[in-house]
Design a protein around this ligand. Structure first.
Ligand SMILES: [Zn+2]
Length: 345
């Protein structure tokens, strides 16, 4: 077990966890809202340090990330716990689960082993995903540091509910901030997620962007919750005004599950979201969870040609050279020169 970071002692062996906006006051023997940070005799421990419940070698496109090292592989790892309780969570069996000190459902994976596994599987990236990685803070921090030293990139797939000082520390070694922004109305946002604060999610996304992280945003569109013209207009205006027009925005189709019974998102809703986003100036809007939708491809905003075509999580051709459109030279947002496949150099 690892002693946690970002907490303070309180009287009567209570602790105050300062990692996330819940700012839990945790009594002796209890865990915080996240279920994985436990007060043992007046000290806060990270129960899931070095312990994973799920790992896979995934295409980076599956995160989804379309503008960072397209076609590369990501060693993806996750564990128990989350600081939110989203009604539509796809991974609720692990994220809404409490850990214990000697949890035999979890497999040991030290930071050194995580980096070695990524390297031996030719991954360019380690992705902290499946559950909320910010509450896995100490492990993510140690692993990301080692990964950087080994020449790997680090991806945080997050809901963005972390306190700014902790985020600042994490961003020293995180290359990609892949954040869910689950709507643009504070009241429905809190109802959908249990407790997320939209204003904090937005503030953190802006902070990560200004700290130099590569940013991609996902909004899972749920009928009746976050798919109104008003919310879509508000969110896309915010992205353009705060982060710029070249931030990739992924609108994904919701499937009924967990505690939400709303019907499958109609494709027309995803198309409407794209129209609104394009009208407001966004240049790269992708449609997820709809096989065969043309919104999976990357088009050049300059000449309109297809630069990367995607089938599922597989990329076909890649016509981006040195970060620019190979046809007209338009600078494609956020691609790096190092992204060019060796065959095209
Ligand atoms: Zn072009």
């Amino acid at each position: 077990m690892k002693e946690a970071l970002f907490w303070e002692k309180r009287p009567h062996k209570e602790v105050h966890c300062q990692l996330c906006p819940h700012n839990c006051i945790i009594q002796q023997g209890a865990t915080g809202t996240c279920g994985v940070r436990k007060n043992i005799d007046g000290t806060l421990y990270a129960l899931t340090y070095g312990k994973v419940i799920a790992s896979a070698i995934d295409p980076i496109e599956k995160k989804p990330l379309y503008h960072f090292h397209p076609g590369s592989s990501a060693f993806s790892i996750g564990t128990f716990g989350c600081n939110l309780r989203c009604k539509h969570c796809q991974n609720w069996q692990i994220s809404h689960c409490k850990a214990t000190e000697d949890d035999n459902r979890l497999l040991a994976l030290s930071p050194q082993q995580a980096v070695a596994t990524a390297l031996s599987n030719n991954c360019e990236v380690i992705a902290f995903t499946y559950n909320e990685p910010s509450i896995w803070f100490e492990y993510v921090l140690d692993t990301a540091r080692l990964a950087r030293q080994a020449g790997l990139y680090n991806v945080l797939v997050t809901s963005g509910m972390i306190n700014p000082p902790a985020l600042k520390t994490l961003l020293n070694d995180i290359d990609v901030y892949r954040v869910d922004i689950k709507g643009f109305n504070e009241e429905t946002y809190q109802r959908l997620t249990g407790s997320a604060v939209l204003a904090q999610v937005l503030e953190n996304a802006e902070f990560a962007f200004k700290a130099g992280a590569h940013l991609e945003i996902v909004t899972n569109l749920i009928p009746g919750w976050n798919d109104s013209n008003e919310q879509l207009d508000g969110l896309t205006h915010w992205i353009v005004d705060t982060l710029g027009t070249d931030i990739p925005w992924h609108v994904t189709r919701y499937h009924p599950g967990h505690q939400l019974k709303e019907p499958l998102t109609p494709v027309e809703t995803l198309n409407r979201a794209r129209e609104i986003g394009f009208k407001n100036g966004l240049q790269y809007i992708y449609v997820g969870n709809v096989p065969g939708h043309p919104g999976q491809n990357t088009l050049c905003p300059g000449c309109g040609k297809i630069l990367i075509d995607r089938t599922g999580f597989t990329i076909g051709t890649n016509h981006i050279l040195h970060g620019c459109c190979a046809y007209c030279g338009y600078r494609i947002g956020h691609y790096r020169a190092s992204d060019i496949p060796a065959a095209q150099k």
